[in-house]
Design a protein around this ligand. Structure first.
Ligand SMILES: Nc1ncnc2c1ncn2[C@@H]1O[C@H](COP(=O)(O)OP(=O)(O)OP(=O)(O)O)[C@@H](O)[C@H]1O
Length: 265
C-alpha cells in the first residue's frame, strides 16, 4: 500500500510541488494521475520511490517510511518499484536482453558485473519478462533497431524482471503514436490484472486514462482536486481538474471515452 498523509513537497527555489496530499493506494490498483502540465504529477510519482524527498507529512510504501530510508536501504526499497519514463531510458547500443538484465546488476557479484556475465537463472527471468510483453523474438536485437513502442515494452520487461510490487510510469505513451500507445496501455492493464502489480501512471490523454485505469486522481497546482473510480469521472470533473484551460481544446476531453484514441496533433 502507498500512503500519503498530509504530504507537501517544496522545491529548494520555494516552488510548492505538492500541497497537503492525502492519498492511499491499495496493492493491485491501476491509478491514472491527470492534470495540467506543471500540476505536480511527476512530483507525486517521484516521491513514491524517493527520487524526490517530501518536505513534510508522511509517506509510507508497504509500511516503510520512505523519508527515513538511507543508503543501501534506498536501493533495496527501489528494487521492488519499477519506473518507466516517457523517453524509455534504455541503453540503445545494447541488446534487448542486455537492457532487461541491467536491472539485476546490483544483485550480481562484482566479477559478473565487470564481465557482464549473467547466470542462466537471470537470463531465463529476462526472457520470460520479454515473453510477457510480446517481444521475446527481439531478445538479441539491438535496442536502437526497435520502434518506440517496442522500446517501451523493453523498459516494461526491465521492470518486470525485478518482480516489482509497484510500477510508476511517467507519461509512458506520450512519445508514441495512438495505435502503439494503446498496445502499451494494454500491456500495463494485463500486467496489473494478471500479476497484481500496482500501476501508478501519469498521463496527459484523459481518454486513455479513463479507458484503462480503475481510479483517477486529478491534480491541480499540487493539490488533489479529484480522487475516485473511473466510472465517476464526468466532463464537469475533467473541467474542474483542468480549470480555466478549456479542456476540450487540450487533451483533457472525455470524448471519446472508450478505448478509441484521440490523435495528439
Ligand atoms: N527541481 C525543481 N525545482 C523547482 N521547481 C520544480 C522542480 N521540478 C518541478 N518543479 C515545478 O513543480 C511543478 C510541478 O512539476 P511536475 O513536473 O511535477 O509537473 P507535471 O504535472 O508532471 O507536469 P508535466 O505534465 O509537464 O510533466 C512545476 O511548476 C515545475 O516547474
Amino acid at each position: 500500500m502507498i500512503k500519503f498523509e498530509n504530504v507537501s513537497k517544496i522545491y529548494p527555489n520555494g516552488h510548492v510541488g505538492l500541497k497537503n496530499v492525502d492519498l492511499q493506494i491499495e496493492q493491485g490498483e491501476f491509478v491514472a494521475i491527470i492534470g495540467l502540465s506543471g500540476a505536480g504529477k511527476s512530483t507525486l510519482l517521484r516521491c513514491v520511490n524517493k527520487m524526490h524527498d517530501i518536505s513534510s507529512g508522511k509517506l509510507t510504501v508497504n509500511g516503510v517510511n520512505v523519508t527515513q530510508l538511507k543508503g543501501k536501504e534506498i536501493r533495496r526499497f527501489r528494487s521492488k518499484i519499477g519506473m518507466i519514463f516517457q523517453s524509455f531510458n534504455l541503453i540503445t547500443r545494447t541488446t534487448v536482453l542486455g537492457n532487461v538484465l541491467v536491472s539485476l546488476v546490483p544483485e550480481l557479484s562484482w566479477w559478473r558485473r565487470l564481465l557482464g556475465v549473467y547466470p542462466a537463472t537471470a537470463k531465463i527471468a529476462g526472457l520470460k519478462a520479454l515473453d510477457n510483453v510480446g517481444i521475446l523474438d527481439k531478445a538479441y536485437t539491438r535496442v536502437d533497431q526497435l520502434s518506440g513502442g517496442q522500446q517501451q515494452r523493453v523498459a516494461l520487461a526491465r521492470t518486470l524482471v525485478g518482480d516489482p510490487d509497484i510500477i510508476l510510469a511517467d507519461e509512458p505513451v506520450a512519445a508514441l503514436d495512438p495505435v502503439t500507445a494503446k498496445i502499451v496501455m494494454d500491456d500495463f492493464q494485463r500486467i496489473n490484472r494478471e500479476m497484481n502489480i500496482s500501476i501508478l501512471l501519469n498521463i496527459h490523454h484523459v481518454d486513455l486514462a479513463v479507458a484503462y485505469a480503475d481510479r483517477i486522481v486529478g491534480i491541480r497546482q499540487g493539490e488533489i482536486v479529484f480522487d475516485g473510480p473511473t466510472s465517476a469521472v464526468t466532463q464537469e470533473i475533467i473541467d474542474e481538474i483542468y480549470q480555466g484551460h478549456g479542456s476540450s481544446s487540450i487533451k483533457g476531453s472525455l470524448e471519446p471515452v472508450a478505448a478509441e484514441v484521440v490523435v495528439d496533433a
